[in-house]
Design a protein around this ligand. Structure first.
Ligand code: SAM
Length: 279
């Protein structure tokens, strides 16, 4: 008999063979499965031969139904939480239930497995000893650019989730803030038929996406190499630009900084835009 508690169970992100034996056993043995979309998960459960009752738990009802499921957990039942794909709570619902369970001393048990972020990093060819997971960037361009400006100097590998209709616009904005030559890896349709992993510059990845509309279809993880370690030069450029930007527009501040610092205008321009956007 499985013990009582909330089991957070990872499911495949494409290839159904990626489900773990422990995940299948857990899904079979719990009293109830909470699924982000019961129809979607119904197909996986049918494929696995799991007949446990399923109820919906998604972004729209999460807050309303927490107490109901919490009562069942407090009555010593076992519940498995799954999402449409990958690991629950990683850009998927479950946060409110997990904190409520902790608050009431209920065991929360991970049943680990696939997640797009870790799968993508493992094949990225980028440094993985330290990374920053940013999830989805804001939909609105102004907010997205502000966030990218704040990330321009981040030295750890950056990881983003993206959707087809925004992927080119996002990379276009990254080219503006991180520079066209920043190395990145695009992981598309991981574990699926059209799986593609491209390690290139941001500009190179954007070219590839734009050369065929089919390249823009599917699910994406975009990973960007962190900024080069701040050199004295970089810090000095920022200091000089900040002073000049007080009284000059960006273009003139960059031209003046280029003369003072003997620096490349492209690099100074990116720094100036990032300083401006950060306010
Ligand atoms: N919980 C999931 C996880 O553990 O990765 C993430 C869910 S989030 C709502 C969905 C996003 O994850 C997609 O838009 C895409 O960015 C990324 N993703 C999920 N599956 C993927 C796959 N097979 N290949 C590439 N990216 C994927």
């Amino acid at each position: 008999m499985i013990s009582a508690g909330l089991y957070v169970v990872a499911t495949p992100i494409g290839n159904l063979e990626d489900i773990s034996a422990r995940a299948v056993r857990t899904l079979n043995e719990v009293d109830l499965i909470l699924a982000e979309d019961s129809r979607h998960s119904g197909k996986l459960l049918q494929h696995l031969g799991v007949h446990t009752p399923v109820q919906a738990y998604h972004d729209h009802n999460e807050l309303k139904v927490v107490d109901f499921f919490l009562e069942r957990l407090r009555a010593n039942q076992s519940i498995a939480l799954i999402s449409d794909a990958g690991t629950p709570l990683i850009n998927d619902p479950g946060y409110h239930l997990v904190i409520a369970a902790h608050k009431h001393g209920i065991r929360v048990i991970p049943v680990p497995g696939p997640s797009a972020v870790i799968s993508a990093l493992s094949v990225s060819g980028l440094p993985t000893d330290r990374f920053v997971y940013e999830g989805f960037l804001p939909n609105k361009q102004a907010a997205r650019r502000k966030q990218l400006a704040a990330l321009a100097g981040e030295q750890r590998t950056l990881v983003f989730y993206e959707v087809p209709h925004r992927i080119c616009a996002c990379i276009g904005d990254m080219v503006d803030y991180f520079g066209p030559d920043r190395i990145a890896t695009l992981a598309k349709e991981i574990t699926k038929h059209f799986e593609t992993i491209r390690n290139d510059t941001l500009a190179g990845i954007l070219d590839w996406l734009q050369e065929d509309p089919l390249h823009q279809k599917g699910e994406f993880v975009l990973m960007v190499h962190g900024a080069a370690v701040d050199t004295g030069d970089e810090l000095e450029s920022v200091r000089v630009l900040k002073i000049l930007l007080h009284s000059l527009p960006v273009k003139e501040a960059v031209a003046a900084a280029a003369k003072i610092m003997d620096g490349k205008k492209n690099r100074l321009y990116r720094l100036a835009v990032a300083i401006k956007d950060k306010g």
